[in-house]
Write a protein that binds this ligand. Sequence first.
Ligand SMILES: Cc1cc2nc3c(=O)[nH]c(=O)nc-3n(C[C@H](O)[C@H](O)[C@H](O)COP(=O)(O)O)c2cc1C
Length: 261
Amino acid sequence: MPELEECSGIRYLRESAYDRKTIKQITRPAIAQVKTFKEYPDAPKIELHRTWELSQSKITSLLQNRRSLRKYGKEPIKLEELAFMLWASQGITAKSAHYSFRTSPSGGALYPIETYLSANRVEGLEPGLYHFDPQNFCLDQLSKGDSTKDVAACCLDQNFMVNAAVCFMWTGVLRRCLSKYGNRGMRYVILDAGHICQNLLTAAEATGNGACPVAAFYDNEMNTLLGLDAAEETAIYAAAVGKKQEIKGEGLKLLKTGAAV
Ligand SMILES: Cc1cc2nc3c(=O)[nH]c(=O)nc-3n(C[C@H](O)[C@H](O)[C@H](O)COP(=O)(O)O)c2cc1C
């Protein structure tokens, strides 16, 4: 097993990193686009139900109504809502001899993802940078003061993040996964983050909040903001969360469940 530094998974992360100084010089390979939907015109078609037993249930409306939201109301979110979102994304729900299982699945139950928060408007929580401790279900305060401006700057200056009540930032402790799976472990780190983010988006929707995933960030700036040793732990994904200001996106036509497009 190669040491972390020698893994091609790590090289891939480095080679695909964004850096403020060089981002404009990145040359993307000329790869032709393809259609969004794959079709099998000659295949027999099996019609599917467009409503189902759970049509009226909360899960259907949460999935139907979730949209990436980039405009947030001025009101703070409640600490209780934040606690729910943290639990939904990374809460521990079961224990066995060797593992503490969580709300989100994890390749090999290795849980390489750490959660950090930049809290700006959370009722009962001082603005600051926090780390979520799922074992003790609490937040570690890392620094004081609203850092959402810094987070937005790290995220390619995506200024909508400044108005978020809270930004989630997920990092990968690479060794947790790569020590077992080698290069393939890098896939699992990134997949884990996707599961966690999706749970957060659904939990945000359930609490009357909106969220937007963010994967465009300057890796080194985000790692520095979070005080990470980037050789061991690196930023993977983020999301901005805030009170819903506009429920539906502009110019959006809402469809019924299972509607043909
Ligand atoms: C991997 C990933 C990265 C994304 N990164 C960003 C981002 O950096 N900034 C942003 O505004 N939206 C980002 N988004 C949100 C997408 O633009 C959004 O999911 C897409 O337009 C579909 O809209 P919906 O989420 O409302 O269904 C990202 C989404 C994903 C899944």
